[in-house]
Every structure is written in structure tokens, then in C-alpha cells.
Design a protein around this ligand. Structure first.
Ligand code: AMP
Length: 545
């Protein structure tokens, strides 16, 4: 027997319509590249999204057409989120930090007919335009004056387009399973792969994000959205913020510690989210200016960190310096991205600080809607005992089923998607990542967790960032090598670093050598690019090559 309840399609347009009507005055604050601060609100974002929808219709946008962005976090990018998806298009957010060849590949593969870009990317667009004849229009996210001096064919101006339209537009109603957004994964090998989100998946993901045991996004929040709008839909937070009427603060291109500190303080942000690298820079700024900063002016209650493992040192600093609880979360572009979120359970309430920090270093437990499991090397499902290690798999309503234009599914027959992460899961369901499957270090047949060693090394006061890679060893096949990027002006010795690890890791995990480097290579989404490091240091221990 079928239930007798209504079935309204879950559409992204419903989110902006709600925010515009019921949270109209709640602010959307943007820091622009000239450092000025722009103030909008959910009413204006709604009105301008509808103007944009009219402009897109005039440009010939049809249901399912892709519209690309090359842009930082700002009110205009947010309007594109709702204007494009709301009118039936697919918002294709391109990561501008990728190599130009990858960007060219992605835009061509997506067949995006229009590209909306920030002026900071004008030089990149000038290079791309002749290579991408399929792009019918390049739209600069500025007013008419901003176009001066640009040498781009089929150039259009965002503000001119909007000014020519009215805000009378009825959001169309269509199948909730239609696509609304497209993000490409920045794989370290092969071509990037497209993840095509549906309206249904994004709305369900937003509902889950708002729940108390996930990120608890609500109208009481003022959120500094550090994670870029071009990375996995900014972790879905724009949709969750519209659903709940949260205030959004968009930092643009200025992600240095000082800029973030000022925005957090001036906009009284109580919540923020971003990858660990950003927070390393943030604490570096705080520590260098400790004498002059009034830290009590920050009202940051919680911060969600993911994308790479949150080092324990950052977890501790947030708590002890700012009274901020770090929620460690795990996810991927393929998982919308939230899969696991690190909130404590009631039984953890009275944990001593050190035990709570230990808990927070784990990547969190599944939220409703995401099922997780680990598979051993023999393909069998492993117990959640906090000991067994295996390949992490996930399935659920906001998890990829197939990559865009791929021939086959991205999952097995039961819908499990293999993440490429290696993890253990404890009896409470907390996931602890030990590695990426391709980064695993196997010494004499036993696994060494590079993430564990990196996290501890970053706790050394002189260390800015650390990477552990497996390098060739004649006896053990592989041994760990520790690469250290020192803080400016600091000069620890190898013995200092090794001594710091002693007692914190198993003796046989101790890196065979420490190399000090000027910087460590990162992928376009801020993860350590270990493939390049392994190549460079392959023969480090044997002295060959
Ligand atoms: P992306 O698709 O660029 O978001 O990358 C997803 C990958 O980032 C995951 O498969 C993990 O390897 C890594 N990742 C995400 N969150 C975490 C976390 N909290 N700790 C460690 N690695 C993470």
C-alpha cells in the first residue's frame, strides 16, 4: 500500500525561496579582492538570482545546460549557485588552482557553454578562451567599468546582464533527480572525473548538514565560509545556510591568517569551516601577534575541519586559545561531501581534555544517510573494533553512482563506493583514517600510518607542515621518510624532531631520516601531493639514482 502524502520535488530553488522569504534581512557579507567589504542579504541574493535566471534564459540556457564558474567565495558566486541550479541549469564550479591544461580539459569535457569568472582570473581566461571555442560567452563578475582592458572574445558583464532584467521569474518545477551541480575531482593521476549532483541529493545533504549531530547549521549562526565554493559545493554549506537562514561571510581570495582573523572578529562569526592548511596559517598569525591581539574578541564556538586530517596540535590550539570546539569531518567530492562528522556522544561529556582531543583526531562517525564499512585485503567486511584496518567504502543518497559521461558505474553491485581511503572504525562508529590506499607505507609487510606520524610531527613548535612518505628500502621494502617544512626563523635539528616523536609512536614507525624542505607540494585542494614527493625521494635511503 502506497502512503498518501504529497511528493513535492526537492529542488534547490526551494532553498533560496525560503531564505528570501523568511530570513530576508540576514546578511551575506563578502570580502572583495580590493579588501573592501560588500553587504547583501538573503532577500537581495534571492532577487538577483531571479534576475540572473532571466539573463540565463536570454542567453539561451536550457534545462541541463552546464554553466561554469572560475570564482572565489562572494555574493555573485552565491547568486550563481541558486540562479543557475534554480532555473534548471547545472552549475559547474571549476577549481582555478588546477593547471590550465586541466581547466581546459574540464570545461571542454563538461561542455559548459558559459563561464562566469572573477577578474582575478582574467589572465587565465585570456589564455583559455582561444582553446575553448565551445564556450559561447565569458561573463566577468563585475560591473561595466571592470571590463576595461580585457582582451577576451564573447565577453559579457555580469552586472550589465542583471541590470537589463526584471526579478519576475517563477522557478520552474521539474524532476528532483535532475542534475544541479557538477564538480571535478582533482585526482593525482589521470584526468579529473566529474561528479554530477542532483537537486534531490543536495537538498537531502543540506537537511543532514543542518542536523544537530552533523554541523548544526541554523539561523543562529554567522558562518565564515573559508572552504571555497569551487570545492565540493563548499561542503554543501551554502545550501544548508539557505535552508536554515544562517548568515554567511565570504572571504574571497584573502585566506591569509590576518584576513581570516579580522573577518571572524568583525562579523562575530561563531562557526567556520576549512582545510587544515588554512588554520595552520591562522594560528601562525595569532602566535606571531599574540602580544597585541585581544583573543576574547573572537566568538568562534565551533569550526569544522576536513579535506585532510586535522592535526591534534590544531585541535588543541582551537580549544585552549579560543575555546573553539573543532569538529573533524570526513568526506569527498564524490560524497557531497559529508560522510562522517566528529561530534562527541553524551558519554564523552566529562572526558578529560586529553581524551577529548584524542577523540577529535578521529574523522567522526557516520551521519544518517551515509553508510560506511571497511574491507580487508581479502575483500571481507571487517569488524568495527577500532583495530581492524581496511579500505573504506560508503553508500547513500548523496554518494556518487557513476562519474559524468563514464561508461560504467562507480560502485559495486550493492551500491558501495570505494573511497581510496584506508581506515579503522571503532565500536562507536568513529572512523579513523590511516592513509590513502596509494599512500600506504608497508614496512616488512606491516602498515605504517603516515597520517599519524604527520599529525604528531606538526605538534612540534618549530614545524609548519610535515609529510611522511614510503621510500625504497632493500630490507624492509619501504621505510618512512619524514619531510619537514619549518616555521619561518626556526631551525630544529633532525635529532630534535625524532626525539619529539619518541614515545608517541611505535618505535618501528620512526622515520629512517628527516629532510628539511623549503615547501611541500600540494594538490589544487590543499592536500599533500605525495606522488611527487615519492618520485623525488624514491632512492633517498639507498643513495642510488
Ligand atoms: P576531495 O574529493 O578533494 O574532497 O578529497 C577527498 C579526500 O580527502 C578523501 O578521500 C580523503 O583522502 C581526504 N580527506 C577528507 N577529509 C579528511 C579528513 N578529515 N582526514 C583525512 N583525510 C581527509
Amino acid at each position: 500500500m502506497r502512503g498518501l502524502m504529497q511528493e513535492r520535488p526537492l529542488l534547490v530553488s526551494g532553498l533560496i525561496a525560503y531564505a528570501e522569504q523568511y530570513h530576508s534581512d540576514t546578511e551575506i557579507v563578502s570580502r572583495l579582492s580590493d579588501r573592501s567589504v560588500h553587504r547583501s542579504n538573503w532577500r537581495e541574493i534571492g532577487v538577483r538570482s531571479r534576475r540572473l535566471a532571466n539573463a540565463l534564459a536570454r542567453l539561451g540556457l536550457r534545462q541541463g545546460d552546464r554553466v561554469a564558474t572560475l570564482a572565489w567565495n562572494s555574493f555573485r558566486h552565491l547568486e550563481l549557485y541558486f540562479g543557475v541550479a534554480g532555473s534548471g541549469g547545472v552549475l559547474h564550479t571549476v577549481n582555478p588552482r588546477l593547471f590550465p591544461e586541466q581547466i581546459e580539459y574540464i570545461i571542454a569535457h563538461a561542455e559548459s557553454g558559459h563561464v562566469f569568472f572573477d577578474l582575478t582570473f582574467a589572465a587565465l581566461v585570456e589564455k583559455l578562451a582561444p582553446l575553448l571555442p565551445s564556450v559561447r560567452g565569458w561573463v566577468a563578475l563585475c560591473d561595466a567599468e571592470g571590463l576595461a582592458g580585457l582582451n577576451i572574445p564573447n565577453l559579457l558583464c555580469y552586472e550589465t546582464l542583471l541590470a537589463a532584467e526584471t526579478d519576475a521569474f517563477d522557478w520552474p518545477v521539474f524532476d528532483e533527480r535532475d542534475a544541479c551541480a557538477l564538480c571535478y575531482t582533482s585526482g593525482t593521476t589521470g584526468h579529473p572525473k566529474g561528479v554530477l549532483y542532483s537537486h534531490r541529493s543536495q537538498v537531502l545533504h543540506a537537511m543532514a548538514t543542518c542536523s544537530l549531530d552533523a554541523l548544526a547549521v541554523s539561523s543562529r549562526d554567522s558562518i565564515l565560509l573559508v572552504v571555497p565554493l569551487f570545492h565540493a559545493n563548499a561542503w554543501g554549506v551554502p545550501f544548508a545556510a539557505a535552508m536554515s537562514g544562517a548568515k554567511l561571510v565570504l572571504p574571497g581570495s584573502l585566506l591569509d591568517g590576518e584576513s581570516i582573523y579580522h573577518l571572524l572578529r568583525d562579523e562575530r562569526c561563531n562557526f567556520s569551516m576549512g582545510v587544515p592548511t588554512v588554520w595552520l596559517g591562522f594560528f601562525d598569525y595569532i602566535e606571531r601577534n599574540r602580544a597585541t591581539l585581544d583573543l576574547s574578541a573572537l566568538k568562534l564556538e565551533r569550526v569544522a575541519v576536513g579535506g585532510s586530517a586535522a592535526p591534534r596540535a590544531i585541535i588543541e590550539k582551537f580549544q585552549t586559545l579560543l575555546g573553539t570546539f573543532l569538529i573533524h569531518a570526513w568526506g569527498m567530492t564524490e560524497t557531497s561531501p559529508l560522510g562522517a562528522v566528529g561530534n562527541p556522544l553524551p558519554k564523552h561529556r566529562d572526558l578529560p581534555a586529553a581524551a577529548m582531543f584524542d577523540l577529535q583526531t578521529k574523522q567522526g562517525r557516520p551521519i544518517y544517510g551515509a553508510e560506511l564499512r571497511i574491507l580487508g585485503a581479502d575483500g571481507t567486511v571487517q569488524p568495527h573494533d577500532g583495530v581492524a584496518v581496511g579500505d573504506l567504502q560508503i553508500r547513500g543518497n548523496w554518494i556518487v553512482s557513476a562519474y559524468f559521461k563514464a561508461d560504467g558505474p562507480a560502485t559495486d553491485a550493492d551500491g558501495w563506493f570505494t573511497t581510496g581511503d584506508v581506515a579503522k572504525i571503532d565500536p562507536d562508529g568513529y572512523v579513523q583514517l590511516t592513509d590513502r590506499s596509494k599512500d600506504v607505507i608497508k614496512s616488512g609487510g606491516e602498515w605504517i600510518s603516515s597520517i599519524d606520524v604527520e599529525n604528531i610531527a606538526v605538534g612540534h613548535p618549530d614545524v609548519q607542515e610535515a609529510a611522511v612518505i614510503g621510500v625504497y628500502h632493500p630490507k624492509w621494502q619501504e621505510r618512512p621518510l619524514l619531510l619537514i617544512h619549518r616555521k619561518p626563523g626556526r631551525d630544529p635539528s633532525k635529532a630534535d624532531i625524532i626525539g619529539f616523536l619518541e614515545g608517541k609512536i611505535a618505535k618501528w614507525w620512526t622515520p629512517d631520516d628527516v629532510v628539511f624542505v623549503e615547501s611541500l607540494p600540494h594538490t589544487a585542494t590543499g592536500k599533500l601531493l605525495k606522488i611527487a614527493l615519492r618520485e623525488t625521494y624514491r632512492d633517498h635511503l639507498t643513495g642510488a639514482g
